[in-house]
Design a protein around this ligand. Structure first.
Ligand code: URA
Length: 229
């Protein structure tokens, strides 16, 4: 990407203002003042404006145990966000590789590497997301077959991809989805008029939530874990 475009995307400034900032020598790339906005900049080459970091030199890959009551967003007018749980020095460019609802707990992945997060979130990747579901009422006997066949969602005019339901006991089950529609788990159980009272994501692909992480805690992924996607 060109430097001027990068600055425009990562600041509130107009194209013209970005040109001025560059001409005034306020932008550095890898520690050097760069005035030419047409230079190509790679991911993870450090870029600063007025000594404020716009792009970090390093890629960060984190797993967070999302607690209930925290929003899966970078900003929110009312609620604490998952980004607020991460120290400031790691926040630059950090974004979510997938989302969980406000009350949902469990595995959430964060990174500043857009290519990596796209591999996880793009619908064609069909990565398994495994949820532990607690319901108000008993799980219907036919739910397994219905979820495997797919449920028609009128709003999007789609039928859900085959999903795997494992009944753990009368009120608990494990559901594996290969897509991520809005409120998908709740809507699938809603088909049976059964309210989801607790929802917890245990796994994304082959990556399982670290049992040592308490709600609200995070840790960096290992090199092997990053390579899973
Ligand atoms: N499905 C839901 O309904 N909620 C989530 O948070 C994730 C999947």
């Amino acid at each position: 990407m060109q430097l001027d475009r990068f600055i425009q995307l990562n600041t509130p400034y107009s194209r013209q203002r970005v040109r001025c900032l560059l001409a005034e020598g306020r932008v550095t790339v890898a520690g050097h003042v760069v005035r030419d906005g047409s230079v190509e900049v790679d991911r993870f080459i450090p870029i600063s404006l007025d000594n404020q970091c716009l792009q970090a030199a390093q890629a960060y890959y984190l797993m967070l145990h999302k607690p209930a009551g925290v929003v899966s967003a970078t900003q929110h007018p009312e609620h604490q966000t998952v980004i607020d749980l991460i120290p400031e020095e790691l926040r630059q460019g950090l974004h979510l590789a997938g989302r969980l609802d406000l009350k949902t707990t469990g595995l959430l992945l964060l990174t500043n590497d857009g290519q990596w997060s796209r591999r996880i979130t793009q619908p064609s990747s069909k990565i398994a997301k495994v949820y532990r579901v607690t319901t108000q009422d008993e799980v219907a006997v036919e739910a397994e077959a219905v979820f495997r066949q797919g449920i028609y969602f009128g709003y999007e005019d789609i039928t859900t991809q085959p999903a795997e339901l494992q009944r753990l006991d009368r009120y608990h089950s494990r559901l594996t989805l290969y897509e991520g529609r809005y409120h998908q788990v709740k809507r699938m159980f809603g088909y049976f008029d059964n309210e989801v009272t607790e929802l917890h994501r245990e796994r994304v692909g082959e990556l399982t939530l670290d049992p040592d992480l308490l709600p609200g805690e995070f840790r960096p992924l290992s090199v092997a874990e990053v390579a899973l996607f």
